[in-house]
Design a protein around this ligand. Structure first.
Ligand code: SF4
Ligand code: SF4
Length: 439
């Protein structure tokens, strides 16, 4: 594996691969003829279609409505006609999607609020919910749910997560460099809806440009502090950030609200600004299309629903053989098998690896080096959880804290025996979750 890790207790230094895109300003991606909207592009229940084949939609038309408490609305990002509602390739395998044919007229719906409208706290929270805002760093948890914790878990600390630790991703970095004012306005919205007394903006110290721009942007704003973090993977995970910045420890199986903290990614904060200040639903995002095989890697403003194949062409195709296409980065991302998979709300980066980078060496027996324990940022014993899963002992995997795994992938990458630790732990987590849902 070319992407080597240098190990360190509670994290690992990754070889950075951001150089090809970090200084490239975002460009508007062209829009293809058909866009594909998975009903499930968030954590929770899939959204329910509210359009039918043949319906005309505009940019900002609600096409699928949230169903239940943990779910999110989906909006059209082009104007045109609903072609079909059918199963299509998504990052989670085939799943139900709404397919819209572009009329290339870019007709917009009216915004979700009227100009100059005064809003109450509840109305602001409701706009964030209506706009379909979810965690855009990849977690895709509906943001409105995080904004209304029970009273005993009220939020006093806000962490804006700009620590983009996946080695190839630069979409959050460009957002901070190019849209600092809008981000600060998004933070103001969060201050208006939560009783926050302290806000940190977490940025990795190697991204000097975003640190400088954000420092200048907060000069006149109270209670906000920029925290520069060492470039250690997985610095950007919620639990690591909370511990590093506040000293608070989220209990095993717990959530940031248990320690009165809310973490939102910078892209999510931008979407919050757009929803509450402009009344815009979430229909586009910045995605980095990158990796050595890509001829001209870019940071692109992409309409949600755009198939990845279209963006490969937008980046002039490939310059070398691709071994792997990943939704996300090489550490936490999900391998994809089809270029027809669309960009969704959580698509911060699409990474392409060369054949040699993608080759997974053959598995050999565990040599009990304990490296997987040393690099686990949440102090798990990955090999023991993996063994429990392989032995079919799901109860034991749960007892060992499988559900606290943050999917960072450190253990798998560091393992000299190439044991698929993350794959096994992810599978164990799915089984634990499925069993809980059945009961
Ligand atoms: S067990 Fe989970 S959290 Fe720990 S290193 Fe492995 S993937 Fe990361
Ligand atoms: S699973 Fe891999 S990293 Fe962990 S102890 Fe065994 S050989 Fe070492």
């Amino acid at each position: 594996m070319l992407l080597q890790l240098m190990k360190k207790r509670e994290g690992a230094y990754t070889v950075e691969r951001k150089r090809r895109t970090e200084h490239k300003p975002t460009e508007e991606a062209s829009v293809p003829e058909y866009l594909i909207y998975p009903l499930s592009m968030h954590i929770g229940a899939p959204a329910k279609p509210v359009v039918e084949k043949g319906d005309y939609v505009k940019i900002g038309t609600l096409i699928a409505e949230k169903e239940g408490f943990i779910s999110a609305n989906v909006y059209a990002s082009i104007s045109g006609q609903v072609k079909e509602i059918s199963d299509q390739p998504t990052m989670n395998g085939k799943g139900p999607c709404i397919v819209i044919k572009n009329d290339y007229q870019d007709v917009y719906e009216a915004p979700l609020l009227s100009e100059g409208e005064e809003l109450t706290v509840d109305q602001k929270k409701s706009l964030i919910e209506q706009a379909g805002v979810v965690g855009m760093g990849g977690a895709t948890f509906p943001t409105s749910v995080k904004l209304s914790p029970p009273p005993e878990k009220s939020i006093d600390t806000l962490i804006i997560n700009g620590a983009e630790c996946e080695p190839y991703s630069t979409s959050d970095h460009r957002l901070m460099v190019e849209y600092a004012e809008q981000l600060i306005e998004g933070i103001r919205v969060l201050h208006e809806v939560l009783p926050v007394t302290k806000t940190y903006i977490a940025i990795e110290s190697n991204t000097h440009e975003s640190v400088a721009v954000m420092k200048a942007a907060i000069e006149d704003v109270d209670h906000i502090e920029i925290k520069e973090l060492e470039t250690i993977y997985p610095q950007g995970s919620e639990k690591s950030l909370i511990k590093n910045l506040t000293g608070r420890e989220v209990p095993p199986g717990g959530l940031p609200a248990d320690v009165h903290t809310l973490v939102t990614n910078v892209a999510t904060t931008f979407a919050i600004y757009e929803a509450v200040r402009l009344g815009r639903p979430l229909t586009k995002r910045i995605t980095t299309i990158t990796g050595e095989p890509i001829k001209e890697p870019k940071n692109l403003w992409v309409r949600i629903g755009t198939p990845i194949q279209h963006l490969i062409e937008e980046c002039q195709g490939f310059q070398s053989k691709t071994g792997k296409m990943i939704h996300g980065g090489p550490m936490m991302g999900k391998p994809l098998t089809s270029g027809q998979v669309p960009i969704t709300k959580g698509s911060s980066v699409i990474t392409f690896l060369e054949k040699e980078e993608a080759v997974r060496s053959e598995r050999t027996p565990c040599i009990q080096c304990a490296e997987c324990l040393h690099v686990c940022p949440v102090s798990l014993q990955p090999i023991l959880i993996s063994n429990a899963y392989e032995n079919g002992d799901i109860d034991q995997a749960e007892k060992l804290g499988a559900m606290d795994c943050i999917d960072c992938g450190n253990c798998s990458y560091i393992c000299p025996s190439k044991i698929p630790l993350l794959d096994n732990i992810r599978s164990a987590k799915s089984e634990i979750k499925a069993r809980k849902e059945d009961n």
